[in-house]
Design a protein around this ligand. Structure first.
Ligand code: PAF
Length: 331
């Protein structure tokens, strides 16, 4: 529990630091930033950092109000649609739903694609990451920087999972992402896509057996209250991003756009560090809260999910070669 206190203090420091930059004049823009997870999650630390930097660098001329925990929508797809409609200005969240907006985003959803975080960030911070992020502009969303959600792991209420056979037959909530769903089907799991705001209750009521998410989400959303078993499957890396409504971004002056870009990069760096620390610290906290943790042989899961590559590579068109490049760069 020591680590949880550390994050509460860090959060309090951020809230205190984010106030003194107001000039006397009222801000010319008050923007809404939405995300889907609790304030204790790394996304919120990234959002607070972005708010603090933008407000200070514009002398309070741009104010950013944060709406965590799905206050602005039922889940990430809903918030992203808000950016397209102009009802929400900024997003911090995973890329999970983005394959439904621009199918080339499915590139990052293939199972066991990334070897480790170093591999992830070589790709996301390099040409491939820049290219994929740039594709969103045509969808009314401007990506500012890559953050992270982390490697996803399976939890369930029924049994310990050590092999694909143990997972087979479970009804598991997934994101609304067809590559993720296909992967689970290959493993004999019944994938059930659902908005994040509905998941805790569905787990509590037993309408689904499990879900899959990175450690910081599992801990900060208190899933240990409704899930006994955690298998460290690390089946897919879940990139995250800070993004702004393109129509709003286009109204900013070049100087303000530069402030958004550089502040987002710094906020993303901070968010990655917090997320990484949480991924390490919270495994123990989950155990202390009664979760039984298994460490399956991942090669069994990897083998069982290989077919997904043949099934979905075609959806990437010419960019299927990027998938090969990512795989090659991880070796
Ligand atoms: O599972 C999801 O929908 C996402 O991982 C979450 C929890 C909203 C965080 O990005």
């Amino acid at each position: 529990m020591k680590s949880a206190k550390f994050y509460v203090i860090l959060l309090a420091m951020f809230v205190a630091l984010s106030c003194p930059f107001r000039s006397d004049a009222a801000p010319s823009k008050v923007l809404k930033l939405g995300h889907a997870v609790p304030e204790e999650n790394a996304y919120h630390f990234g959002a607070l950092k972005f708010k603090e930097l933008v407000e200070s660098r514009t002398n309070g001329d741009i104010q950013i109000d944060l709406f965590p925990n799905n206050q602005l929508g039922t889940g990430e797809r809903d918030i992203l649609e808000g950016l397209q409609l102009g009802t929400i200005d900024l997003y911090v969240g995973s890329t999970g739903p983005l394959g439904g907006f621009e199918k080339k985003f499915l590139l990052f959803d293939f199972p066991f694609l990334f070897r480790d975080k170093k591999h992830v960030y070589e790709v996301l911070d390099g040409d491939i990451g820049k290219y994929v992020m740039g594709l969103l502009d045509a969808k009314g969303i401007h990506g500012l920087a890559w953050m992270e959600n982390g490697f996803r792991n399976l939890t369930n209420a029924k049994r310990p999972v050590n092999t694909p056979a143990d997972a087979s037959g479970l009804k598991v909530r997934t994101m609304e992402n067809k590559v993720h769903m296909a992967m689970w089907r290959e493993l004999g799991v019944d994938p059930t896509p659902m908005a994040w705001s509905e998941v805790f209750t569905a787990l509590q009521q037993g309408t689904i057996d499990g879900q899959e998410n990175p450690i910081p989400v599992i801990y900060t959303s208190k899933l240990y209250e409704v899930q006994r078993h955690l298998a460290l499957t690390r089946h897919v890396f879940s990139p995250a991003m800070i993004a702004v409504a393109k129509a709003l971004y286009d109204t900013l002056t070049p100087e303000q756009q530069e402030i958004f870009q550089t502040s987002a990069q710094e906020a993303a760096q901070h968010e990655r560090e917090v997320c990484d620390k949480m991924e390490n610290d919270y495994i123990k906290s989950l155990e202390e809260n009664g979760m039984q943790i298994t460490r399956p042989d991942l090669s069994l899961f990897q083998e069982a999910s290989l077919k997904v590559y043949d099934e979905f590579k075609g959806e990437l068109g010419d960019d299927a070669k990027l998938l090969d490049q990512i795989i090659a760069s991880g070796k």
